[in-house]
Design a binder for this molecule. Structure first.
Ligand code: G4P
Ligand code: MG
Length: 186
């Protein structure tokens, strides 16, 4: 296990999404559609559908092209085409797994705003507390993060080679934190 990494199991992803769905409801925001940013936002978005039952549109935006080379800016690898009209006048819930530099998220928000949605709310599992490279446009009034974290590398379950080892790594990490009196998932 690597101490500088923050392990997240599938169960913890599910718990974070459920908690976020409660916060969404409590805020009074009732989205018409979910837009998932692939690939990290796909699984959280699908779990969110369990709690709010809205259609999911998928967009693929990455700093890394299919050639795995780092680009100067985020680029679209897949985009909403015939369904883009579906966003006009709609309340959108944009889901991704992590708010890191914010570059991908802010770029995606800017592109989606071109389809004239009524509002876009941003929802992520984890927000890293760090200086962001980019800010959100002023149109973003609602932002939900399941957990605030330091600038650590997060290990998501979908990247795991051995999911049992991964899940056990999270358990060890959570047990150590519990000894310090920190309960992350209540
Ligand atoms: P942001 O707008 O969400 O902050 O994204 P940013 O462009 O800063 O992130 C670049 C890529 O790095 C993204 O992947 C993001 O998911 C990934 N990333 C950033 N921090 C972490 C982390 O702590 N753990 C993991 N596992 N990934 C992280 P991407 O290019 O969108 O690809 P994909 O993995 O979502 O397909
Ligand atoms: Mg991503």
């Amino acid at each position: 296990m690597d101490d500088k990494k923050f392990y997240v199991s599938y169960n913890s992803v599910h718990k974070l999404v459920k908690k976020l769905s409660g916060e969404l409801l409590a805020s009074g925001y009732d989205p018409d559609v979910i837009v998932a940013i692939g690939s990290g936002g796909f699984i959280p978005a699908r779990i969110m559908k369990t709690f709010i039952n809205r259609p999911i549109y998928a967009v693929g935006i990455s700093y890394y092209g299919i050639d795995k080379k780092h680009k100067d800016h985020p680029t679209k690898i897949q985009w909403i085409d015939e369904v883009q009209s579906q966003l006009e006048g709609k309340k959108v819930l944009l889901i991704d797994e992590v708010d890191d530099t914010r570059a991908t998220l802010a770029y995606c928000v800017g592109e989606l705003l071109k389809f004239s949605p009524e509002e876009i709310a941003v929802l992520v599992l984890h927000n890293k507390n760090k200086e962001k490279d980019v800010e959100f446009p002023v149109e973003i009034k609602r932002y939900f993060a399941g957990m605030e974290l330091a600038d650590l590398w997060i290990k998501y379950p979908w990247d795991a080679d051995d999911i049992e080892v991964h899940t056990d790594n999270e358990k060890q990490m959570l047990d150590a934190l519990a000894k310090e009196g920190k309960e992350l998932y209540t």
